[in-house]
Each structure stands twice: as structure tokens, then as C-alpha cells.
Design a protein around this ligand. Structure first.
Ligand SMILES: O=C(O)c1ccccc1NCC(=O)[C@H](O)[C@H](O)COP(=O)(O)O
Length: 234
């Protein structure tokens, strides 16, 4: 199970997230007005900080993920290549053609396409097969707030809606939307899905002041990585 934590803006953030057990660290570039937006130079510096972080022998250094709203595949690839980032998370409403152009331009990248879910409706539902044909490697199911806000909403998804969407796709998926240590039991069936690969967190990874909190992240990691108890059959 992968743990992705989103929105690092400093070397300290990267160090806290790495030590707390994040496998993937989200770095924003091309999120206009976003509080965690990074210039191309900062993106490259923090991506390097992820890769060179000293973690335990049992765990590889966290993988940086470029999280972006950019609609221009050439701009995404330029930023990713310059920073040496091989995971690209398309968090906006970029169409399947953008995924296809990214895979054509750099076939080795892992493209994560966010699917925006509001209530029981997924905005990209009519395009799922197109996104898969275009080369999407992983879907990320995330909540849109009632006001239409996208990203870090802290709003949770209905597990039934998640499972229904999982069945409408064939690729691995990450779950986001208000994920915390406490709500893991609610998603028992989701975690048992054969294509569930992990969770993506922002709000619950932070303390009251908005700083990343190692204890909270460690708690999320422990709860979501735990293997559920299996009832013994007599
Ligand atoms: O974090 C944001 O505000 C954000 C803004 C624009 C694009 C993406 C953004 N976040 C991306 C993430 O991957 C978050 O981790 C994900 O939305 C889950 O957030 P939360 O519900 O707060 O755990």
C-alpha cells in the first residue's frame, strides 16, 4: 500500500514526510494561486531532496510526484524533465489527449489521472476508456467540494461510489478525499479491492497550524497498512 502526501514546499517538509513513511511526495507546479505552488527551480530542488533523503534500509527514498493543473503537455514534460520527476499527477480536467501526449513524449513516466467525484457523480466517467487507451497508469479518486473546489478538500468519498468507479476502470487506483487514520474501517471493502494501491492525503497529514505532522502521518500509515484481522473458521 502506497502512502502519498501532497503539498511539500520545503526541505523540512520533505524530511518530515520521508521520516514519517510517505512513499510518494506531491510537489505542486502549475497550480495557479495554490498555497503550495513551486517555481520550476524549487520543484527541481525538492525533487532532488526527495531522491537523496536518507531513509531506513527497508524503505526506498520517497518518489517525487509533480501535481499540476497545466493543460499543455509540453510544459508538463519540460518541468518534469528539468526536475527529473517521473510521476505526473494531472489534477485538473486535462483531457485524454494530454495523457497520450505525455506518454508519447516520455513513455517511462507514470501518469496519474485524477477523477473528480462530487456525491455519486464522476466528471470524467464518460471518458474513462479514453483515459485508459491514452495510457493512464493509475487513477486517483478525489472529492470535489460542494462549492466545486478541487484538491485538498478534506471531503470524504462514499465507499460504494468508489467501488462502483473502480469496477468501471481497469487500472490501479489511489484513494483520496479526507483520508485519515480514523476512517480506514469505513473503506474496508475498498482496501480489499485487487486494484487498490494506496491513499493520497493532505488535510489529515497536517496539524492545526497547517504544518505537516509526523505523528499524524505515522498514524495514517499504520492504520492503512494494517492487515485486517481474518476471522478464524473453526
Ligand atoms: O491540495 C490542494 O489544495 C490541491 C490544489 C490543487 C491541486 C491539487 C491539490 N491537492 C492534491 C492532492 O493530491 C491532495 O492530497 C488530495 O486532494 C487529498 O486532499 P485531502 O482531502 O485534503 O486529504
Amino acid at each position: 500500500m502506497l502512502l502519498k502526501v501532497c503539498g511539500a514546499t520545503s526541505r523540512r517538509d520533505v524530511a518530515v514526510l520521508g521520516a514519517a513513511g510517505a512513499d510518494l511526495i506531491g510537489l505542486w507546479h502549475g497550480v495557479p494561486g495554490g498555497p503550495a505552488e513551486l517555481s520550476a527551480g524549487r520543484l527541481a530542488a525538492l525533487a532532488q531532496a526527495c531522491r537523496t533523503l536518507e531513509v531506513t534500509a527497508a524503505r526506498p527514498a520517497p518518489e517525487p510526484v509533480l501535481v499540476t493543473f497545466l493543460p499543455d503537455p509540453a510544459a508538463v514534460l519540460d518541468a518534469a524533465r528539468a526536475a527529473g520527476v517521473r510521476w505526473l499527477q494531472l489534477h485538473g480536467y486535462q483531457p485524454p489527449a494530454v495523457v497520450a501526449a505525455l506518454k508519447r513524449g516520455w513513455p517511462e513516466v507514470t501518469v496519474v489521472k485524477v477523477l473528480h467525484i462530487s456525491g455519486d457523480a464522476c466528471a470524467e466517467r464518460p471518458l474513462l476508456a479514453s483515459y485508459e487507451r491514452a495510457g493512464t497508469d493509475v487513477f486517483l479518486f478525489d472529492a470535489v467540494s460542494e462549492a466545486g473546489r478541487v484538491g485538498s478538500t478534506g471531503v470524504t468519498l462514499d465507499p460504494g461510489v468508489v467501488l462502483d468507479l473502480a469496477e468501471a476502470t481497469t487500472q490501479p487506483f489511489l484513494l483520496a478525499g479526507g483520508i485519515s487514520a480514523a476512517n480506514r474501517p469505513r473503506y474496508e471493502k475498498v482496501t480489499a479491492h485487487p486494484r487498490f494501491v494506496g491513499v493520497d492525503v493532505d488535510t489529515a497529514a497536517r496539524d492545526a497550524a497547517g504544518a505537516f505532522c509526523a505523528d499524524r502521518i505515522g498514524g495514517i500509515r499504520r492504520q492503512w497498512r494494517a492487515v485486517p484481522e481474518v476471522e478464524e473458521v473453526a
